[in-house]
Write a protein that binds this ligand. Structure first.
Ligand SMILES: Nc1ncnc2c1ncn2[C@@H]1O[C@H](COP(=O)(O)OP(=O)(O)O)[C@@H](O)[C@H]1O
Ligand SMILES: [Mg+2]
Length: 241
């Protein structure tokens, strides 16, 4: 069997606080393969964002191991982790984090500026992605001239401009109305299907989680369930006691 894209082994994350250590993640052992579409749910403070930050190599585990494409992230230095982030991973957050004075196409191309890609190639790749999120006619628009849903689509395009194979989306529809949410989810489904993009999506909403094919629930930093999503059934708003 080949190595999955992501594998964590008894992974934990502890934060040292004045009042004592806080165990944000504990004993997380999970494997995620290429082209999976996973929803993460769990109460506020259950470790969802910490899990995403570790998967995204923004943070390192305190215990156990995290293997990304078979490589131990824990034993990498800061530069190696940054390289993985810049070549493999895209992030989308609840707030779109676009630069307000740059056009849609310039925002998308920004990661390529840091990667040293020239302006023509940046423009070409950014416009291609803008078309993929259905905004080809908005290339010159500034973020304040776009709706929330449109801004999030620009943010998704930006997250993929480095050819990411793993998209980490932390409550990406949290600020959006249901129509805009549906548009974002349709884009995720298409990217998952057509680009074989691996998607890990944190959400509070069962309707949003229902678009994924696998649902992992966290409670107190631990995985409490990991099940296939039955698209025909509604995901219950279960409270894990
Ligand atoms: N940088 C940090 N420093 C200290 N504690 C943190 C930090 N980030 C998160 N925590 C704590 O870790 C726990 C899990 O947080 P988080 O992963 O943000 O949960 P969720 O995203 O599920 O709401 C919470 O108790 C939170 O206060
Ligand atoms: Mg969170």
């Amino acid at each position: 069997m080949s190595e999955p894209l992501i594998r964590t082994v008894h992974m934990g994350k502890r934060y040292a606080l004045p009042a004592g250590d806080l165990q944000a993640l504990a004993d997380v052992s999970v494997a995620i393969g290429e082209a999976e579409f996973i929803a993460i749910m769990g109460p506020s403070g259950s470790g969802k964002s910490t899990f995403m930050n570790v998967l995204g190599c923004l943070d390192v585990p305190s215990e156990g191991e995290y293997f990304l494409r078979g490589q131990s992230v824990r034993s990498m230095d800061v530069d190696q982790r940054a390289h993985l982030r810049n070549t493999l991973i895209g992030f989308v957050f609840q707030s779109y984090n676009l630069l307000p004075r740059l056009s849609a196409v310039e925002n998308i191309g920004l990661p390529l500026v840091y990667a040293g890609v020239g302006v023509r190639e940046r423009d070409r790749r950014s416009r291609e992605l803008l078309a993929q999120v259905g905004l080809d006619r908005y290339a010159g628009f500034l973020p304040p001239q776009l709706s929330g849903g449109q801004q999030q689509r620009v943010a998704i395009a930006r997250s993929l401009v480095n050819d990411a194979t793993l998209l980490l989306a932390d409550e990406p529809t949290g600020n959006l109305d249901s129509h805009s949410s549906d548009e974002i989810l349709a884009i995720f489904e298409r990217l998952n299907r057509e680009r074989r993009l691996t998607i890990v999506l944190v959400t509070h909403e069962p309707d949003v989680a229902a678009h994924a094919r696998r649902l992992i629930r966290f409670h107190d930093g631990r995985i409490v369930s990991d099940t296939p999503v039955d698209r025909a059934a509604t995901i219950q708003r279960t409270v894990v006691a």
